[in-house]
Design a binder for this molecule. Structure first.
Ligand SMILES: Cc1cc2nc3c(=O)[nH]c(=O)nc-3n(C[C@H](O)[C@H](O)[C@H](O)COP(=O)(O)OP(=O)(O)OC[C@H]3O[C@@H](n4cnc5c(N)ncnc54)[C@H](O)[C@@H]3O)c2cc1C
Length: 454
């Protein structure tokens, strides 16, 4: 496909429509004058995901549609391209895009913002790629909700004790906030759901958390991490510290402490790494972890017309000399605003400013009415921490429309019981029709229709 003609106004190409991408584009569209620049956002999904709400979406406290922000609705003055950037040549100022349909093509730009975030840091553990699932996207959050409820259905409907035990065993690997919040919320959901099953009690559920270091939830500090450990242990969650997953081929989990068990559900949340697409970016320096190197102004170090922020950028932390800003939504949102202001300043020949923010701490939800927090040095646990988690994230979720939808979900949840329907078959929508048409779909394999569409 031929290269589209560069518009007269400079094109600001924002790669990624997550926290940094969305907030940068929002700021640019509100600050730029008409015709001053074109803002183009490249993102494979048509929405930004508010990741801190994924555990609640998974547990059914929030509707999945309310934790994502439709890019075309909020970025009305920007051009949105649903594609993946696969390579970039900053000297030629072109990015190679792989659109959601059709062949790859090159897009010319004048200024680039690198906001591709991170991806799960996996290890070559036997069985992991086939049996594991991450917890970074809304699709994974919905899948896990369906999977856990489906496992309860399986356990209730079989007399095979080994099959039942395997279905009721859920293994989470990685004790940072993504893993701990996901496990805590889903355990809460599963325990709550057992009320509706005749043959399953909460004691039948086995949730295992595997963590290689000697603590969990480092984000909230050592004593709050200790409290979380206690809280989860009291809920019968089997926590294995200083333990690694060694293999999980065919769902047979083997841990480094010698323990072996079978599980249908293996969730991998053991860290993230910079987006691997950056390895194909020519002309932008990266550090040893593959992150794009940036100055405190968020300009890519020594490179004109290139900016970076968020999980895929190595940015000096001026509030903690010698360190870099950590991968968090807190930094991503603030960096995006500074970065956008600096781009506007550059376009107008003004002064750029450095990014400085002292990390205020973290809040984590551990299920309905349970939480842990350390913010501005204040430590909270239980209901107050959970309440702070909700109010903090409500204040942060983008757009008034989303805030109102989230509050409505929470309010409804006060009056109605949690929804416990598993819609696992939603991922195989053609089976019913194909069975009616005489196609053999009994094996559980992908139907021809589904295989063709993937
Ligand atoms: C479950 C969970 C809970 C969290 N809770 C908290 C919390 O409570 N507090 C906190 O501060 N932080 C939290 N975080 C971390 C926070 O969400 C991230 O630090 C933040 O999202 C980083 O923003 P980003 O813009 O760098 O990356 P992202 O928000 O991940 O955005 C990157 C975007 O790039 C897109 N992309 C990827 N590859 C390509 C490509 N090749 N081409 C084009 N686009 C691409 C992705 O689809 C994505 O939309 C949590 C994370 C998770 C997973």
């Amino acid at each position: 496909m031929s290269t589209p003609v560069t518009p007269k106004a400079p094109r600001i190409l924002v790669l990624g429509g997550g926290y940094v991408g969305l907030y940068t584009a929002l700021r640019l569209q509100s600050k730029l004058r008409a015709g001053e620049a074109t803002v183009t956002v490249v993102e494979p999904r048509s929405y930004m995901t508010y990741q801190p709400f994924l555990p609640e979406a998974s547990a059914g406290s929030l509707s999945p549609r309310h934790v994502v922000v439709p890019l075309r609705r909020v970025l009305k003055k920007c051009e949105i391209i649903n594609a993946r950037v696969v390579a970039l040549d900053h000297t030629a100022r072109t990015a190679r895009l792989d659109p959601i349909d059709g062949p790859e093509y090159d897009l010319a730009y004048d200024i680039v913002v690198v906001a591709l975030g991170s991806v799960a840091r996996t290890l070559p553990i036997p069985g992991l790629a086939d049996e594991g699932v991450g917890f970074k996207t809304i699709e994974e959050a919905i899948y896990l909700r369906n999977q856990i409820l489906n496992c309860l259905d399986v356990a209730e409907s079989t007399d095979d004790l080994a099959r039942r035990r395997r279905a009721l065993t859920f293994c989470f690997v990685g004790g940072g906030y993504a893993g701990v919040e996901a496990l805590a919320e889903l355990e809460d959901l599963a325990r709550d759901a057992t009320k509706y099953y005749k043959k399953i009690t909460p004691e039948d559920l086995r949730f295992v958390l595997v963590e290689a270091s000697d603590r969990i939830l480092p984000e909230v500090g050592p004593d709050m991490g200790e409290y979380t450990l206690l809280q989860l242990s009291e809920r019968n969650i089997d926590i294995r510290l200083k333990t690694r997953l060694e293999s999980c081929t065919n769902g047979v989990v083997t841990l480094s402490d010698g323990t072996t068990f079978e599980s249908d559900t293996i969730v991998w949340t053991a860290g993230v790494k910079a987006n691997p697409a950056l390895t194909n970016f020519a002309g932008l320096p990266t550090d040893e972890r593959g992150k794009v190197r940036c100055d405190a102004t968020l300009q890519v170090t020594g490179v004109e017309g290139a900016w970076g922020a968020g999980d895929n950028a190595a940015v000096p932390d001026l509030a903690n000399p010698g360190k870099e800003t950590g991968p968090s939504a807190q930094h991503a949102v603030r960096q995006a605003k500074r970065l956008a202001d600096n781009i506007v300043a550059t376009l107008r020949g003004g002064e750029v400013k450095e990014y400085r923010h002292k990390y205020v701490g973290s809040v984590a939800s551990l299920g309905l009415h349970k939480g842990v927090a350390q913010v501005y040095g204040i430590k909270l646990k239980g209901w107050p921490a959970w309440f702070m988690h909700r109010t903090y994230h409500l204040s942060r979720v983008p757009t008034l429309n989303r805030k109102l939808r989230v509050v409505t979900d929470w309010t409804l949840a006060l009056f109605f019981k949690r929804e416990i329907v598993s819609l696992g078959s939603i991922s195989m929508p053609f089976h019913e029709f194909e069975a009616a048409a005489g196609v053999n779909t009994s094996t559980g394999a992908l139907s021809t229709h589904e295989a063709a569409r993937r």
